[in-house]
Design a protein around this ligand. Structure first.
Ligand SMILES: [Zn+2]
Length: 398
């Protein structure tokens, strides 16, 4: 199914099911929760309008103007954006048990730990993901020690395909892909071989590979050659050497070919080496926009330029991206990258009731890249509440 078919199918779903809640309203049925009067932005059905969102039994029951039926709980969302729960496909939330409730406060109702650990300690992030309140899954680092200061696979022996296979086989329910970090200080001259091994391991289970690009020794084109539909390139805004864009502002033909064959391009904001405004400007100007926003989140993200996913989503508003386009890249699009999120990223009737409330503030805001560079924006999204599985998540003081 292509994107157009997907959208029209989703829209048809709304048309089919929209009558049931009206009938229920006539019988004065009560909803569990009503989110009232917000600006509902749901790119999965191309909706951007003031609507009420009614929830019953943990699922979206109706999205309509002025729902009159009562509800056990009501959220006044006037002046707020109401969007599908945010999905962050590149985080390190699996590093500690405190991570999942923290990102839930940011509106993140689904996350992926992208390679914090390899085969030797994969049980740790898997346990955090399993215990998380929201949907969470893990990518296994091909380096058996995970992310290490000496460079995950600088010693090629650490890219142990056998160990990775065994770890995946033991955790098939939570490991949904293989992460491979390819920068020169992580993999050195081993980059291509390490990716080749990752490919082999992933293929054995029918899983995708996520590559961490940027500042590699091998040319990006050579590395992309190993990627298949469904794979993910993270840190797509990484500055040279081996950026997606050349010195003349042209996107590499191999990068365009990768997107055409179904490789996803993700931001992975992070802290070091992944984002620089001049490179971002050139890539955005060339029209090569990201498929997904992601934070590369860590427990210290509040104090780095990441802050939270809504802040990262605000960074391209000054490059011509609309709010709705930004929301799509943190909801609908990530829901399509990993099948585990296939029924999320939407407020379609019947979908699990994961909802993020956001506040769109106007003013003067500074956004940070990874090189202490700042740009000034006139709008910024702030987290303003989360509903998970139909239940309101209490806001904690930050
Ligand atoms: Zn990362």
């Amino acid at each position: 199914m292509n994107r157009r078919q997907f959208l029209s199918t989703a829209a048809a779903g709304v048309a089919t099911f929209v009558r049931a809640p009206q009938a229920a309203a006539a019988q004065a049925a009560r909803y569990d929760l009503l989110i009232r009067g917000g600006r509902v932005i749901d790119p999965s059905v191309r909706l951007d309008a003031i609507r009420d969102v009614a929830i019953s039994g943990g699922r979206i029951a109706a999205v309509e103007a002025n729902i009159t039926a009562g509800a056990a709980d009501i959220i006044d969302a006037r002046g707020r954006l109401v969007v599908p729960g945010l999905i962050d496909i590149h985080t390190h939330t699996g590093r500690s048990a405190e991570g999942p409730p923290l990102v839930l406060q940011d509106g993140v109702t689904g996350w992926i730990d992208a390679g914090s650990q390899g085969a030797d300690r994969i049980a740790d992030p898997v346990a955090v993901a399993r215990a998380a309140p929201q949907q969470a899954r893990v990518l296994i680092n091909i380096g058996r020690l995970g992310v290490i200061p000496a460079g995950d696979t600088m010693d090629l022996a650490r890219a142990d395909a056998g160990a990775a296979r065994e770890a995946i086989a033991k955790n098939r329910d939570f490991i949904i892909g293989v992460k491979v970090r390819l920068s020169r200080e992580v993999a050195g001259a081993n980059d291509y071989e390490v990716l080749r091994r990752s490919r082999e391991v992933a293929d054995g289970f029918g899983l995708p590979v996520m590559i961490h690009m940027g500042q590699t020794l091998s040319p990006l084109a050579r590395l992309l050659d190993l990627l298949k539909p469904g794979d993910v390139v993270t840190h797509m805004f990484a500055p040279p050497p081996n950026s997606v864009v050349d010195d003349n502002g042209r996107i590499l033909p191999e990068v365009l070919a990768a997107r055409r064959r179904g490789v996803w391009f993700d931001i992975g904001n992070g802290q070091n080496g992944h984002m620089r405004w001049d490179t971002i400007g050139a890539i955005m100007k060339a029209g090569f926009w990201p498929d997904t926003f992601s934070t590369d989140w860590n427990t210290n993200s509040r104090t780095t330029g990441v802050i939270d996913l809504p802040n990262c989503m605000s960074k391209l508003l000054g490059y011509g991206m609309t709010i709705s386009e930004a929301v799509a890249r943190a909801t609908l699009n990530p829901s399509r990258v990993f099948p585990v999120f296939n029924d999320r990223g939407t407020l379609n009737v019947g979908a699990p009731a994961d909802v993020a409330l956001l506040e769109l503030r106007e003013g003067t805001f500074e956004f940070l890249d990874n090189y202490k560079g700042t740009i000034t924006g006139r709008q910024r999204l702030f987290p303003a509440g989360t509903v998970l599985g139909g239940k309101r998540i209490p806001l904690s003081a930050k």
